[in-house]
Write a protein that binds this ligand. Structure first.
Ligand SMILES: *[C@@H]1O[C@H](CO)[C@@H](O)[C@H](O)[C@H]1NC(C)=O
Ligand SMILES: *[C@@H]1O[C@H](CO)[C@@H](O)[C@H](O)[C@H]1NC(C)=O
Ligand SMILES: *[C@@H]1O[C@H](CO)[C@@H](O)[C@H](O)[C@H]1NC(C)=O
Ligand SMILES: *[C@@H]1O[C@H](CO)[C@@H](O)[C@H](O)[C@H]1NC(C)=O
Ligand SMILES: *[C@@H]1O[C@H](CO)[C@@H](O)[C@H](O)[C@H]1NC(C)=O
Ligand SMILES: *[C@@H]1O[C@H](CO)[C@@H](O)[C@H](O)[C@H]1NC(C)=O
Ligand SMILES: [Ca+2]
Length: 580
């Protein structure tokens, strides 16, 4: 090939965005969850998995009584068969089925329940194992229609386990149908995450480099540098970042999304009544803005009585109403348009400080009020929904009920689901099925405060949880809760006090490197193509070729966006560059 004269050289960089199928080599995962209460239950997921007689079409085969209750096989007028427990002598008395469960398998549990009376009975789905009682799912059951539950279980020793249902009101009968217990190997589980990431978060891209005559150029080097990523992955900060240069460098070289640990909370902004001081959160926000970092607004009010400004608990209801109304208007107006979300009444699934003083509609009123001052989505934010299967207060079913309550209370604006994610030992099938359940609300879901308590497996658990949530189609963002303090972080630090990564920090950096394709360099093949799969976001492509003078390269910005549907549509985009 002739050496091209510099002034005549034109390269065309074209890239194809390809939505291609991926190999399915494992049992698919069923992400569906039906939130509507139905006249008849749907078919059991996975045909019931390892459940014997999951649809109750074979009398009571496989099912037996648990504790002291009468169990019966019933049929509706339209022919659906199901199991009923009545005359229950205690919360856990009813029916059960025995399973042999295996250590290291992930079990997804789903099914449908109904009760004889009432419209909001909490039902826990529990396994009695050799090591104790393992909660697997929660439902809110009504009479007159069937409610679906979905959950998950892992056991740390193989052995027998009995599935049963608990509801505290013994005067009601429990009905169940279309029960499924589906085991997955950990390899299958991981393949679901990989498939989701390829399908939901990435697109296949083919970049072709051609010369001025349209001839493909092999051996061109393409470096891809990510600008803005579509999937937000951030970390909390606090005021220490303002005057600690090492912390500042560590943080801003890594993250584009954050939340302030305490600095935007009511007790920080109005430490004594009427004396508002926003100076620290102002400084943090200004710094973040100058570095292109987006901030979650956390939080306007907090429903936990322990975390009120110390002058608040002694207020009368009228005084509290006035002070809280002023607080909402003050912080939301001040930072309107400057934060990406607001956590409005933090932790109102677990606590009810404002409701107890101002009435049941208090939260909905504060959401309505906040929405008058800013268009940013207003979030609920609570703990244990995905991290603690024993906690029914913030179960996915209760979370969905709370959303309905806010809507019924008159807040109809943009809403988001905030899941704190303060973990001890993760239960991956419970995390995934809880996200499936919440996804039915069709609202943005963010993991807002992810950390793992310290222990020998802390970094490994953190890695598993991050992969689970990044690999879930409904999750739209993830913030790690690890603001640095010289005397130790809240529950988990990412670095030591010299800002050298701890194992947890290495996990986070590996995730960042993966999500940003840090260091990705490709070489075009004999047809001038470089093919790869890229996370959605903005990239700068820098192309160099031996035929080009050493100091010249071509740059082009490209945006990899999700395709509207899952068709095999191929888009071809061409760009021309000259060195002139
Ligand atoms: C139990 O449920 C029934 C039917 O909904 C209700 O009438 C009754 O008050 C409940 N009992 C208790 C102790 O909550
Ligand atoms: C298994 O789990 C039970 C209950 O959660 C716990 O008490 C026990 O220590 C665990 N065993 C092992 C080997 O981790
Ligand atoms: C029954 O009540 C106990 C004690 O309040 C509670 O811990 C448990 O979660 C309740 N069970 C259900 C299914 O609501
Ligand atoms: C490819 O480029 C490298 C330098 O980037 C060069 O050493 C090599 O000879 C080239 N190969 C071909 C086939 O052009
Ligand atoms: C950093 O800020 C803290 C709190 O505002 C202050 O106590 C400390 O003296 C500051 N340190 C430096 C080095 O400026
Ligand atoms: C490409 O994006 C970078 C930053 O993301 C920007 O500085 C540059 O001007 C852009 N180049 C073009 C040609 O748009
Ligand atoms: Ca049935």
């Amino acid at each position: 090939m002739d050496i091209m004269k510099r002034e005549n050289l034109v390269l065309v960089l074209s890239y194809l965005l390809i939505t291609a199928g991926f190999e399915v080599y494992a049992q698919n995962y069923d992400y569906s969850y039906t939130a509507e209460c139905l006249k008849n239950p749907l078919k059991p997921q996975y045909n019931g998995g390892i459940v014997v007689n999951p649809e109750l079409n074979d009398d009571l085969n496989g099912w037996s009584s648990f504790g002291d209750a009468k169990i019966e096989h019933k049929v509706t007028n339209d022919g659906n068969k199901f199991i009923v427990a009545s005359e229950r002598k205690g919360p856990y008395h009813g029916f059960s089925q025995n399973f042999q469960l295996e250590k290291d398998k992930f079990y997804v549990i789903s099914g449908w329940v109904q009760v004889s009376h009432g419209d909001a009975h909490s039902v826990a789905v529990i396994f009695k194992t050799q090591n104790g009682f393992e909660h697997a799912a929660w439902a809110i059951a009504k009479s007159g229609c069937w409610s679906m539950f979905k959950g998950g279980l892992v056991v740390n020793a193989s052995g027998p386990a009995e599935l049963y249902f608990e509801t505290n009101n013994t005067s009601i009968d429990i009905w169940a149908d279309s029960i499924s217990v589906k085991p997955f190997s950990q390899e299958e589980w991981k393949s679901h995450q990989d498939q989701t990431i390829e399908k939901v978060r990435k697109s296949k891209v083919a970049i072709q480099v051609v010369d001025s005559k349209g001839m493909p150029l092999p051996n061109a080097t393409i470096s891809l540098i990510q600008g803005r990523a579509n999937f937000p992955f951030g970390c909390a900060i606090n005021k220490n970042v303002l005057n600690n240069t090492a912390y500042n460098n560590w943080f801003f070289s890594r993250f584009k999304f954050t939340v302030f640990e305490d600095e935007m909370k009511w007790y920080s902004d109005e430490p004594s009544q009427g004396k508002e001081d926003y100076s620290v959160s102002d400084s943090l926000l200004k710094l973040c803005k100058s570095r292109g970092v987006s901030v979650r607004g956390h939080n306007i009010l907090w429903d936990d009585p322990k975390f009120q400004p110390n002058w608040v608990p002694s207020l009368s209801p009228q005084q509290l109403s006035a002070a809280a109304t002023k607080r909402v208007g003050s912080v939301v107006r001040k930072y309107s348009g400057q934060v990406i979300h607001w956590d409005v009444v933090n932790e109102n699934l677990h606590f009810n400080f404002f409701e107890s003083k101002l009435g049941q509609g208090a939260s909905a009123n504060f959401y309505r009020l906040a929405s008058q001052f800013d268009k940013a989505p207003l979030f609920l934010n609570d703990f244990n929904t995905i991290e603690e299967q024993k906690d029914g207060a913030s179960s996915p079913a209760n979370y969905l009920a709370k959303i309905k309550q806010l809507r019924a209370g008159g807040y109809n604006g943009p809403l988001g689901i905030g899941l704190e994610g303060h973990f001890n030992t993760p239960n991956q099938p419970y995390i995934r099925s809880s996200l499936d359940t919440l996804a039915s609300a069709k609202l943005p879901i963010w993991i807002t405060e992810l950390d793992v308590s310290s222990g020998p497996n802390q970094a490994q658990f953190l890695d598993q949880i991050i992969k689970e949530v990044v690999g879930h189609p409904a999750v739209q963002g993830l913030i790690i809760w690890s603001a640095w303090k010289p005397n130790g972080c809240f529950r988990m630090c990412l670095t030591d006090n010299n800002f050298k990564n701890l194992p947890t920090g290495d996990v986070v950096d590996r995730v960042r490197t993966t999500l940003s394709h840090e260091g990705l360099i490709g070489t075009t093949n004999s047809d001038g193509y470089f093919e790869t799969s890229l996370f959605h976001g903005d990239y700068q492509a820098i192309v160099t070729h031996p035929l080009l003078l050493a100091d010249s390269s071509f740059q082009h910005n490209l945006t990899v966006i999700p395709t509207a549907d899952e068709s095999d549509e191929i888009r071809l985009l061409s760009y021309k560059f000259t060195t002139a």
